[in-house]
Design a protein around this ligand. Structure first.
Ligand code: ZN
Length: 95
């Protein structure tokens, strides 16, 4: 999974790989995404991307087995959407 990140200061798209390479800074303008948590933020983004990939792979494997089940969409995406809304919502309000 590749997360699509946009720096709210410059509006440009940034890859998690680039944020890791710069230690939590925007590769375009060099500004930190958070002045206090540059390294921790970069690590958490990497963890989110990796975890998303693991989740996708597991779901693909499950679907490939054609099991006699459905998985409730909300049970997988509900918590994720809530966190995204909190992140993106608060960023929108400050712009
Ligand atoms: Zn930027």
């Amino acid at each position: 999974m590749k997360l699509k990140v946009v720096h709210t200061e410059c509006g440009r798209e940034v890859l998690v790989r680039q944020i890791l390479d710069t230690g939590g800074h925007c590769p375009w303008d060099g500004k930190p995404f958070n002045k206090d948590y540059t390294a921790v933020l970069a690590e958490a983004l990497e963890a989110a991307e990796n975890a998303g990939g693991v989740l996708e792979n597991a779901l693909e494997k499950i679907a490939g087995m054609g099991p006699a089940m459905t998985i409730d969409r909300e049970s997988i995406l509900g918590g994720i959407e809530e966190q995204l809304e909190q992140l993106n919502g608060s960023r929108r309000r400050t712009r």
